[in-house]
Design a protein around this ligand. Structure first.
Ligand code: IMP
Length: 430
């Protein structure tokens, strides 16, 4: 397979960073295609921990091209800070190793302010966002008032774009009791950062089409998870981009036929950060235990993640909407030592059994899980590198997950270390 898309198949935080890093060794190009620095990917390579938010995971590997595609929203100041931090860890980042699509919309300081102001308004408006301005930046993109990377190259265009954005934002800010944006200050800030960003700007769609024709392997690095997708997630408690695999093509400027394999990243239990429905959430000692053993705190905001049993209904659904060919199952070791484990196999909605998450928000909030109980295992799965290293009941659990979600396991990840991985199907194999 030439090109592989990696998507989170739950609510994000499935452990994509490690898998993307593992695959990126085999890829020539690593491309982000949606989201922004709301993402947090932790990579552990030879004991060194790298924390990435906006940068593609490929940046830490020499000789790879990392790409920020047009489907991303980019905070230029955050990016430069992140580049500086990664450089300080000895990683080289140059225009040869990092390209930013010229048509990428920017996240500006007033987007973050708006995001946080809205979150703080009333309980009714709260989504539990990361407060990084992601939603407002995507709103401006669709509202045709975004400032894009290419606009930074020309002062007159930039000022025109700023004015266009401020017509909307100053009106909105007045309503929220915020001061109007300091126009001159914003233009000056943008002019100052422009040369640093423009160094990396490129017609990404063209470069990737050429790379593809030349036989390069492209790894599309998804952020967040399919249940946070703007169309197919638990709306309105979602992020503001399409997260599912189809976005990979649109988010960089390649055709849909360029995707050869979709790898869904699936955690062996379920977590979510922020507000919104979560049918298998555990507000009991089992939930506490999953959170503590799984170190379930957000990489970006440090918030405690909500934890619950594995929900096969949700993952079957996200595997379908992303066309997942195989999953990478992560954090199985967090389940070590439980006497028994539950898997959600269906929902009860007002006395009727259903096999999918309904679309209506009140139905999503009301469904109750129907569980199947499986025996736990006493041995350890941590660090296992072959099926033979796994307790029999752990293998049974994995096999049952495959059956229920109607999708095979391609990879099994058994610790944050990159080599603690059991490979079943190589997504890049021809
Ligand atoms: P936003 O993307 O900051 O607008 O946040 C919208 C929702 O997506 C909130 O529930 C966030 O907690 C969630 N979210 C955004 N990015 C991530 C992520 O990388 N992992 C998990 N949840 C995320």
């Amino acid at each position: 397979m030439a090109n592989v898309v990696v998507v989170g198949a739950q609510w994000g935080d499935e452990g994509k960073g490690k898998i993307v890093d593992w695959l990126s060794e085999r890829a020539d190009v690593i491309a982000r295609f949606q989201g922004g620095h709301n993402a947090g990917h932790t990579l552990v390579i030879d004991g060194t921990v790298y924390k990435l938010h906006a940068l593609p995971s490929g940046v830490v590997r020499p000789g790879k091209l990392s790409v920020i595609g047009n489907g991303v929203v980019l905070d230029p100041w955050h990016l430069m800070t992140e580049i500086a931090a990664i450089r300080a860890q000895g990683v080289e980042i140059t225009p040869q190793t990092l390209m930013i699509a010229e048509n990428t919309p920017l996240i500006l300081p007033f987007h973050g302010e708006l995001d946080r102001a809205r979150e703080g308004q009333t309980a009714v408006a709260k989504i539990g966002t990361t407060g990084r301005g992601i939603g407002p930046a995507y709103e401006d993109k669709v509202g045709r008032r975004a400032i894009r990377v290419a606009d930074l190259a020309d002062r007159a265009t930039l000022e025109l774009r700023v004015d266009r954005a401020l017509v909307h934002h100053d009106a909105l800010r007045r309503g929220l009791g915020l001061d109007p944006v300091d126009r001159a200050g914003l233009v000056a800030q943008l002019e100052a950062i422009a040369p640093e960003i423009l160094r990396f700007a490129a017609p990404v769609w063209k470069v990737l089409n050429e790379r593809r024709k030349a036989g390069n392997r492209i790894l599309f690095e998804g952020a967040q998870g399919a249940l946070l997708d703007i169309d197919f997630g638990t709306y309105p408690f979602v992020t503001s981009s399409n997260v599912i695999a189809g976005q990979a093509a649109t988010g960089v400027g390649l055709g849909p036929g360029s995707i050869d394999f979709v790898l869904g990243i699936v955690k062996a239990y379920t977590t979510r950060v922020g507000e919104g429905p979560f049918p298998t959430e555990l507000l009991d000692p089992d939930g506490e235990r999953l959170g503590a053993r799984g170190h379930e705190f957000g990489t970006t905001t440090g918030r405690k993640r909500r934890c619950g049993w594995f929900d096969a209904v949700l993952v079957r659904q996200t595997c379908a909407t992303s066309g997942v060919n195989g999953i990478a199952l992560t954090k199985l070791d967090v389940l070590d030592g439980f006497d028994e484990l539950k898997i959600c196999v269906g929902y009860d909605l007002d006395g009727t059994r259903i096999d999918h998450l309904p679309t209506a928000a009140d139905h999503q909030a009301r469904v109750t899980p129907i569980y199947e109980t499986m025996p736990g295992w006493s041995g350890s799965t941590e660090g296992a590198r072959s099926w033979a290293d796994l307790p029999a009941n752990a293998i049974k659990y994995v096999r049952r997950v495959e059956e229920l979600i109607d999708c095979p396991v391609a990879l099994l990840s058994t610790s944050p270390e990159r080599d603690d991985t059991i490979l079943v199907t190589d997504p890049f194999a021809d």
